[in-house]
Structures are given as structure tokens and as C-alpha cells.
Design a protein around this ligand. Sequence first.
Ligand code: NAD
Ligand code: UDX
Length: 440
Amino acid sequence: MKIAMIGTGYVGLVTGTCFAETGNDVICVDVNEKKINELRNGNIPIYEPGLADMVKNNHARGNLAFTTDIGEALKKANVCFIAVGTPMGEDGSADLRYVLAAARDIGRNMVHDMYVVDKSTVPVGTGERVRSAIAEELKKRNSELKFDIISNPEFLKEGNACADFMTPDRVIIGSENPASIEVMKELYEPFIRSREVFIIMDVKSAELTKYAANAMLATKISFINEVANIAERVGADVNKVRHGIGSDRRIGYSFINPGCGYGGSCFPKDVQALIKTSSEYGYEAELLQSVEKVNANQKKVLGRKVVNIFGDDLRGKVFAVWGLAFKPGTDDMREAPSISLIRELVSRGAEVKVYDPKAAGMAREFYLKDIAVTYTDNKYDALDGADALVLVTEWKEFQSPDFMEIKNRLKGKYIFDGRNQYKVKTLEKFGLSYVQMGVR
Ligand code: NAD
Ligand code: UDX
């Protein structure tokens, strides 16, 4: 099939590349000229395991191309995906300006009938707005061209994006048009292990499914974080409680890891957007509001633990921070708990030394560019002369470090762990004091 992918970010690039990998001709479009030029030169703008090789191979084979010219892409394609960003607007709703701009671009530039597939995460009713935007542009051109809107939300996780895309738990198709459903079936066929994976519904239900899935996962996280906060007050251990509840198959172990709050480009904005959509329809989503509130508070817990031990005034104190990315396996720092933690430490006068295997560039360039932080090239260098280590992201290389090295390099003895990676007993052996989440 011939595919145009509008928006070459995390989702567009991964989706486009995986479709190219299964033999389709894909042209990825983006308004960001620099990004497109980089991609043409074989430089991949994001870190995602397995992606770089696939992009390079398919680009070299000629079935994955990059352009800023949507007209060129639509000339060749009969299926056009919209995978542009839907960031949080000022009032918490999803900002649809990029989606609607892409829709208008499609209407202005399409030269034959087209299947338009919305892959961006969009509020219920957006499918209709995309349809109107395209139709309006076609009308201006007195064009009789036909198109259909399909909703196909994406569920990949950053850090595992290609694998998630290639072996999906489910593919959601929002469409009531048999021809569109057939096209989607053909496209996804190589990734579908069994019939149940391909789930067909109406457009609105597909749009809501994406928000409901993310809201459910965010709810699980806020739930366990709340239990962690209760556990440390009553003298229980959330790690044991997690084990105890996760063993019930109805609950399961996934997404009940206590931590320093969820971040990323999806959960925070999608929970907010669903709250907003609900209120637009006259319903107050009280549970989701609490999920949000618990998460906002949770991002402050690790900093509060530091202050509890070192006091309000952190002048003269040095902290090593391990991890900047909002989760391991990515250089993405959107809404990462590390941002508010480091800002808090610095605002209280502390010196902060940071190590992250992938995200230091992002921090330097965007998220922490206005504050003085020292970046080190390996995890142990960050510890030199520090009063404490604060672990924020559970990268693999932090999971079983050389504790003797930590002990020798640290000036102080504290390890604050926002991801509960270690055992108290192990640390005690090295004379280190362990402060974790949800354990008094
Ligand atoms: P992103 O910010 O990484 O990429 C979006 C890209 O679209 C950018 O490169 C931008 O320049 C480009 N763009 C904007 N307007 C354009 C236009 N008119 N024409 C062409 N290109 C345009 O965003 P992302 O993380 O890929 O997310 C895209 C959508 O997918 C969002 O709705 C998001 O919620 C959803 N989603 C994201 C993830 C994830 O893990 N990142 C997972 C599932 C769903
Ligand atoms: C999420 C969804 O998982 C994915 O299906 C959707 O398509 C996009 O949004 P992503 O944001 O990439 O993916 O990461 P995810 O692995 O879900 O983690 C999100 C945040 O939750 C991270 O900050 C992570 O640290 C946190 N988290 C996750 C926890 O705090 N505890 C957990 O048990 C799981």
C-alpha cells in the first residue's frame, strides 16, 4: 500500500517505519524542515530501540521517504495517516490546531480519493471535525473527490515503541465503512497474531477507548502511590502490599509500581483532556480529577523526603541525581518528575550533579537550561562529594550498581529512591541509609 504519514514524531516515525518494514511504500511528512533533513541524512531525532536501523534500511531500500511537501506525499498515497501532536491546551483540553491544520492540508492537496486515518489521540468528536475541515477545503476547490475518516488510536509505549507496534495487544479501528475496515485489515495483517487483536467499533468509541486506556493506567499508578503514602504513615511496606495485591489475577502486577509520579507525553495530558471533555458534556469526572491531584502531589514526595532529612535550607549540600527521562529507555523528559525535583533542590540552594544515559542533552537544551546543574558522563562521577544520591528514573544500569563504589564516592550515606529499586538489607551492609517510596 502507499501511505502518507503526516507528522513524523514518535508515533508517525515509528508507525511509518513499521509499515515500510512490512513492504508498504511510506512517505513521512513533517512541517519541521530540520527534522526531515536530518532523517534524510540518516539521523534519527529520537532514541528508540531498534528504530534507527529500521529507518536506515527502509530508507536505503527506497520504501521510506521523508518530505515537507504534503502535496508530493498525497500524490503517491491512497492511505493518509494523521499523527501530529495533540498537546495540552491552556484550559487542559487537547489542542487540536495541528490535527485540523493537517486535515485542511489534506483537503487542499489530495488529488485522488483517500482513506484518512486519525492516529493522533483526539477527543470524541474530532473525527467529525476532521471530516468537515477536509470537506470544506474540497468544496473551495469544487472537488468531487471522496474520502473516509477512520479512527486508529496508537498504544505504543516510548522505549519499547517498535516492539509494541509490531506485536500489539490490540489494534483499534473506528469505522463503520466495510471498505475502510478492509484496508486497515490488510495494512495490519502482518502484526495481528489472532483475530481478537483486531477490534472494530464506531469512530467515537475508538476515540474514547484511547483516553479510557490511558486514564485506567494512570489511575492504577495514582492508586498505588496513594497506598504508598498510606503505607509509610501506618508503618507498612508498599513493596509487600504490591506483591500481595498483584498476585490476585484480577489486579495483576503491571502499572502498580509505586514511584515519584507518572510523566511523559501522554498520561498527564490525556487525563486532563478527558476531564475537560467530560465537563464539556456536563459531567464532572471526580475520579480522574483525583488521579491528577494525587500525581501532582506525588511528584513532590521525593523532594519532601530530602527536606525531612537535610532541612529546608540546602545551601552547601550536594546531591547526585540518577535519571532525568520520564521513564527508562527514552530521552523524553516531557512532564518528567526529575524536572520539579531538581528545580526544588536547586531553588533551596543545593548543588546538583546529574547523570542520565540518554536524556542529558534534552535537559541541557530545554528542560533545565535556565538552571545551573552539573552533568556527568557516568553514574559514579555524579556521586563524588555528594551528600546523597537521589534515584528518579529506573534505568537498567541503576538496578544493580556497585554499592562499594557508591559508598566510597558519596560523602554522605543517604540513597533516596523514587523507584524502589534496592533492598534495605543490601544497602545496610554497605553502611548506606535507604529512603524509598511507601516505606517508613
Ligand atoms: P511529536 O510531538 O513527537 O510529533 C508530532 C510531529 O508532528 C512533530 O514532528 C511536528 O512537527 C509534526 N507536525 C505538526 N503539525 C504538522 C502538520 N500540519 N503537518 C505535518 N507535520 C506536523 O508527537 P507524538 O509523541 O508522535 O504524538 C503524536 C500523537 O500521538 C499525539 O496525539 C499523542 O498523544 C499520540 N500518542 C503518542 C504516544 C507517545 O508515546 N508519544 C503514544 C500513543 C499516542
Ligand atoms: C503510555 C501508555 O502506556 C501507552 O500505552 C500510550 O500509548 C502512551 O502513554 P508512555 O507514556 O510511553 O506510554 O509510558 P509508560 O510506560 O506508560 O509510563 C508512563 C509513566 O508512568 C512513566 O512516568 C512511568 O514511570 C510511570 N509509571 C508506570 C509508574 O510510575 N508506575 C508504573 O507502575 C508504571
